[in-house]
Design a protein around this ligand. Structure first.
Ligand code: NAD
Length: 495
């Protein structure tokens, strides 16, 4: 129902009014729709069907019916379909990139080089690990079997829409689970293209189902559903907690990838000329709308003036503008609610007495419409300030000074979050020792390349569970021990 070509974005308006359930495009049980707004100009660009609990029931029934066949399908056949999905993402990469830029404002160059290729990587990784993963092992006469957990409800956010979808869908279906996906209601277009692509890849009906809708209705119905075995949500702490509460009576597995306020600790021996500009660009990547963005730069007090000047020069040089322009580095913030929240937090920083190094409130000059936000750097930030404690989810960096290493580490750990962290240093032994003392799921030393195999997830209130690679894959598996096999030492093969 969706149409595509290698160089244009297009969704059949009829398909946008439908959900993908049991291998078919179907109308919502109760007719309703929601508007998709282009954050670059605030124009409505599409109407998409809005689901209800009844649509969730239909999708879950389809996923449940498909589970028996898919969970016992051969690993090789699952790898083949994942390989086809991977190929189709690459083949349709331009259409996907255009949809992403339209629905959430990512600069087109960023959609092309990051949002789409990294999303494809999750599919490739899931395909590849099937060739070596051991679903059955035997030790001391006990067989350990890893089996798909069942029907999975997957709830995703708007900031990396396709990437978050593939990070969940690919390992789930690789594991032999069947899924119901609810993408963010604010970015449903790339998800519709993804559903079409999954269909074209030949995934059997019912293995993948998509229902669009609000969190409070469709998401909540999924979390509470008695026939869903596991819920995986990426989103705010508010939604993550609500999902866990709604899921509790049915004792389903809940994994949560939630907020962050990641520290970037510059040790005195770091190369500041590189570490500061790269730190600013990392914090502002995707317009600061990344849960693991390193938004707290923790620097030696004696180097504060130097850091401020390097940070200002970097931030002031960033081209913020129309996401369709090839030169644009940062497009607008993805939606009105997020824009208003970021503006309010910039005002909070000023009211708290932080030193404004560059940027500030208001739209980028020259724009009267669109959620264009000025890259903003605050310095002399105290760790107790709200701007240092709360996730802002926009291009706002806090520079926090320290005097001793112990103080720096204490500041790094001084939020309710524990998702990502960065350490910059030339002495790698010291950087490694500092990394061990940071309470976070990932610590990056000197801005390494992205590793899709490295487990990703949060300590503390940043979430529960891990995504990516083998760790992410195993979230979708149950563990069974078969005890009393006696001398049987080799498990039956299951390929
Ligand atoms: P959000 O919580 O508003 O929405 C996320 C998803 O949850 C959406 O699909 C939404 O419809 C759904 N949802 C909302 N309320 C729900 C409810 N009561 N029951 C079930 N589902 C519900 O978050 P957002 O604004 O889309 O995304 C931004 C947030 O996501 C930020 O806080 C960010 O840090 C977090 N995030 C975390 C990660 C991570 O991997 N840790 C990645 C990206 C974003």
């Amino acid at each position: 129902m969706t149409t595509h070509s290698s160089n244009s974005y297009s969704i059949d308006p009829q398909a946008a009014h439908k959900f993908y359930i049991n291998g078919q495009w179907v109308s919502p049980v109760i007719p309703a729709s929601l508007s998709v707004v282009n954050p670059a100009n605030e124009a409505v660009v599409a109407q998409v069907a809005l689901g209800s609990a009844e649509d969730v029931d239909r999708a879950v029934a389809a996923a449940r019916a498909a589970f028996a066949g898919w969970s016992t399908s051969s690993v090789a056949s699952r790898a083949r379909v994942l390989g086809k999905i991977y190929e189709l993402i690459l083949e349709r990469k331009e259409a996907l990139a255009q949809a992403l830029s339209l629905e959430m404002g990512a600069a087109i160059s960023f959609s092309r080089t990051m949002q789409v290729p990294l999303a494809a990587e999750h599919v490739r990784v899931a395909r590849d690990l099937l060739s070596s993963y051991r679903f059955q092992t035997v030790e001391d006469g006990t067989a350990i079997e890893r089996e798909p957990i069942g029907v999975c409800g997957l709830i995703t956010p708007w900031n990396w829409p396709l990437y978050q979808i593939t990070a969940k869908v690919a390992p789930a279906i690789a594991a032999g689970c069947t899924v119901v996906l609810k993408p963010s209601e604010l970015s449903p277009l790339s998800a519709l293209l993804f559903a079409q692509l999954v269909h074209d890849a030949g995934l059997p009906p019912g293995v993948f189902n998509l229902v669009n809708g609000n969190g409070s209705e469709v998401g909540a119905a999924m979390a509470a559903h008695p026939d869903i075995d596991m819920i995986s949500i990426t989103g705010s702490n508010r939604a993550g907690a609500l999902v866990a509460q709604a899921a509790a009576p049915t004792v389903k597995r809940v994994t949560q990838e939630l907020g962050g306020k990641s520290p970037n600790l510059l040790l005195p021996d770091a190369d500041f000329g590189k570490a500061v500009p790269l730190g600013v660009m990392s914090a502002f990547r995707n317009v600061g709308q990344s849960c693991s963005a390193p938004t707290r730069m923790i620097v030696p007090k004696s180097r504060l003036a130097e850091v401020e000047s390097l940070a200002a020069a970097t931030a002031n040089a960033i081209i913020v503008g129309d996401p369709t322009s090839e030169d644009t580095v940062l497009g607008p913030i993805a939606n009105a609610a997020q824009f208003n929240r970021v503006q309010a937090m910039i005002e909070v920083g000023l009211a708290e007495g932080a030193k404004l190094v560059c940027g500030g409130p208001g739209r980028v000059q020259g724009f009267e419409k669109g959620f264009y936000t000025r890259p903003t750097v605050f310095s002399e930030v105290d760790s107790a300030m709200r701007i240092a404690q709360e996730e802002i989810f926009g291009p706002v960096l806090c520079i926090i000074p320290y005097e001793t290493l112990d103080e720096a580490i204490a500041i790094a750990n001084d939020t309710v979050y524990g998702l990502g962290a960065h350490v910059q240093a030339q002495d790698l032994d010291l950087a490694r020792a500092v990394a061990s003392r940071i309470r976070a799921g990932q610590v990056h030393l000197n801005y390494p390349a992205w590793n899709p195999m490295a487990p990703f997830g949060g300590y503390k209130r940043s979430g529960n569970g891990r995504e990516y690679g083998v760790f992410g894959f195993e979230e979708y598996l149950e563990t069974k021990a078969i005890i009393g096999l006696g001398a049987l030492s080799e498990p039956p093969s299951r390929t």
